[in-house]
Design a protein around this ligand. Structure first.
Ligand code: 13P
Length: 249
């Protein structure tokens, strides 16, 4: 991490959380004082409005987990970036592998969603990551480079883009890449961002995600070009999420 990139610890609650989970959110918000990292929770759509109201005035930000490219229209079941913003979100996770797999989202649709996030004034967190087959074939950096090239539109800057590297085989499995492997892929992401966006790339934060827990967070967060974490399962427990946020050096 460099001084110009403030670490971001973001929790992706995925399809978890009922209204009663507010107590967990409050515990997180109350525990953030004095932390150097920025922190964000991305709950399911149904909780965004209530959570945003609840954390108003605290350091905790609220984000969405997906949005539709269009501002409004006949798209049953979808949510626009403007709706997220209106509900109090300040960011949105886009192109998560669970969206890419469950909803057949390719890089082109992810790119359109990033533009929608920008249109609505949301910070997109664009997820990329290789499968185990691709990793075993030695293609991790190449796959991720291609995803960044094709999912991120022109016009990215240090303040309007966050990238998250989430190896698919590390999500929810308890397995993580070595810190050398993480450094290699994050370096490749920094490189392609530099090719496309010049000096802005030095300020774009690249998060690591995939089985981040309190006991491995410090090592992962101390790795070159790792500017924070995107946390799934461990973000559902306030104590674990706070422990990860505290692991930022
Ligand atoms: P886990 O932390 O549960 O492995 O999930 C990672 C993830 O997918 C965050 O977006």
């Amino acid at each position: 991490m460099t001084a110009e990139r403030r670490p971001l610890i973001a929790g992706n609650w995925k399809m978890n959380g009922l209204r009663a989970a507010k107590s967990e959110l409050r515990t997180v918000a109350a525990g953030l004082a004095g932390l150097s990292a920025e922190t964000m929770i991305c709950p399911p759509f149904t909780l965004i409005g209530a959570f945003a109201a609840d954390v108003a005035g605290t350091q905790l930000m609220i984000g969405g987990q997906d949005c539709h490219p269009a501002e409004s229209g006949a798209h049953t079941g979808d949510i626009s970036a403007e709706m997220l913003r209106d509900a109090g979100a300040v960011a949105v996770i886009l192109g998560h592998s669970e969206r890419r797999i469950d909803h057949q989202e390719g890089d082109a649709i992810v790119k359109a969603k990033v533009k929608a996030a920008w249109r609505a004034g949301l910070l997109p967190v664009v997820c990329v990551g290789e499968t185990l087959v691709e990793r075993d074939a030695g293609e991790a950096a190449a796959v991720v480079t291609r995803q960044v090239r094709q999912s991120v539109p022109d016009g990215a800057t240090a303040v309007n883009l966050v990238v998250a590297y989430e190896p698919i085989w590390a999500i929810g499995t308890g397995r993580t890449p070595t810190t050398d492997d993480v450094a290699e892929v994050h370096g490749a992401i920094r490189h392609i961002l530099g090719e496309r966006f010049g000096a802005e790339a030095n300020g774009i934060r690249i998060l690591y995600g995939g089985s981040v827990k309190p006991d491995n967070a410090a090592a992962l967060l101390a790795t070159a070009d790792v500017d924070g974490a995107l946390v799934g399962g461990a973000s559902l427990k306030a104590a674990d999420f706070l422990a990860i946020a505290r692991a930022v050096g």
